[in-house]
Ligand binder design. Structure first.
Ligand SMILES: Cc1cc2nc3c(=O)[nH]c(=O)nc-3n(C[C@H](O)[C@H](O)[C@H](O)COP(=O)(O)OP(=O)(O)OC[C@H]3O[C@@H](n4cnc5c(N)ncnc54)[C@H](O)[C@@H]3O)c2cc1C
Length: 242
C-alpha cells in the first residue's frame, strides 16, 4: 500500500506507532507505518508495562504474547558484582543488562498538532524514566487517538474522505484528553528523579517515611482505564502535588 492509499500514515514503528496501527485497524481504519530503521532493534534492557497500558494490549488480544515475551533475569552480567551484598546482586539480577544511559527531559509542549499532523508518545511528552511510564503513557495516547479518529465517521471509508473539520475536532479532543495527564506524569517523573537520589539525611528519611503510601498516591496513574475513559475525563490526579 502506498502512503496516499491509507487515510492515516504513522511515522515510526515504535510502541506508539504500532499500537496505534493495530487499534485503528480494529476500527476499520487503514494505516501505513513508515519506519526509518532498516530492522527492529532492542534499545535498552526492557520496558516495564503497568496496568494502565497492559489493559489496552490485553484488549487487543496480546496478553498471551506479552506473557511469552516477558524476560527472565539473566545472570551473565552479575559477575562484575560477585561478592557484593545479596540485596545488590538481587537488584542487578532483576535487569538483563546494565548499561549507562543519558537521561533527557523535554519541556511539555503547548501544541501537539498542526493541520493534519499530530504527535503521540515520546514525540509529544518524552519524560524521565523514574515513574516507568513513557511507554505506558504512549500506549494510552494510542488508545485515545484511535478512539477519537474512529469517532469521525469519514475517516473509516477510505482515502481523502476525512473532512478537515472532523479531523481537527478529533485531534482537538485527543489533545484535550491527553495533555494534562501526560504533563502531570512528566512532572512526577522529574520530581521522583530528585527524590530517588537524595543523600542519606533528614530529607531521605522524610521520603522513606512516605513510601508506604506510594501505591495509593500513584493509583491515578496505574488504575486509570483509558479504554472506558470519555471526553472530559482527562485522567489527571485529583489532588495534584508533584
Ligand atoms: C532504557 C530505557 C528504558 C525504559 N523503560 C521504560 C519502562 O520501564 N516503562 C515505560 O513505560 N517506558 C520506558 N521507557 C520509555 C519508553 O521506551 C518510551 O517512552 C517509548 O518507547 C516511546 O514510544 P514511542 O513510540 O513514542 O517512541 P519510540 O519507541 O522512540 O519509537 C519511535 C520510532 O520512530 C522512528 N522514527 C523516528 N523518526 C523517524 C522518521 N523521521 N521517519 C521514520 N521513522 C522515524 C524511530 O526509529 C523509532 O522506531 C524506557 C526508555 C529507555 C530508553
Amino acid at each position: 500500500m502506498r502512503s496516499h492509499d491509507a487515510p492515516v500514515v504513522i511515522i515510526g514503528a515504535g510502541i506508539g506507532g504500532l499500537t496505534l496501527a493495530l487499534l485503528l485497524r480494529r476500527r476499520g481504519i487503514a494505516a501505513e507505518v513508515l519506519e526509518q530503521a532498516a530492522e527492529p532493534r532492542e534499545v535498552g534492557a526492557a520496558v516495564g508495562l503497568a496496568a494502565n497500558a497492559t489493559r489496552v494490549l490485553a484488549d487487543l488480544g496480546l496478553a498471551g504474547g506479552l506473557a511469552r515475551a516477558s524476560t527472565e533475569p539473566s545472570g551473565a552480567h552479575l559477575a562484575a558484582f560477585r561478592g557484593w551484598h545479596p540485596a545488590v546482586t538481587e537488584m542487578i539480577g532483576a535487569v538483563p543488562q546494565s548499561p549507562r544511559w543519558g537521561l533527557f527531559a523535554q519541556r511539555p509542549l503547548a501544541c501537539w498538532s498542526r493541520g493534519r499532523v499530530v504527535l503521540l508518545g515520546d514525540a509529544a511528552h518524552a519524560m524521565l524514566p523514574h515513574q516507568g511510564q513513557g511507554a505506558n503513557q504512549t500506549i494510552e495516547d494510542a488508545a485515545v487517538l484511535a478512539a477519537e479518529l474512529g469517532a469521525e465517521r469519514g475517516l473509516t471509508t477510505g482515502p481523502g474522505s476525512a473532512g478537515r473539520g472532523d479531523l481537527a475536532a478529533a485531534l482537538h479532543r485527543y489533545t484535550a484528553r491527553r495533555r494534562v495527564r501526560t504533563r502531570q506524569v512528566q512532572m512526577l517523573s522529574w520530581a521522583a528523579s530528585a527524590e530517588l537520589h537524595l543523600p542519606d539525611g533528614p530529607a531521605a528519611r522524610r521520603r522513606d517515611a512516605r513510601l508506604p503510601g506510594v501505591l495509593a498516591r500513584l493509583a491515578w496513574i496505574h488504575g486509570y482505564d483509558v479504554l472506558t475513559s470519555r471526553p472530559g475525563d482527562s485522567g489527571r490526579a485529583s489532588e495534584w502535588r508533584p
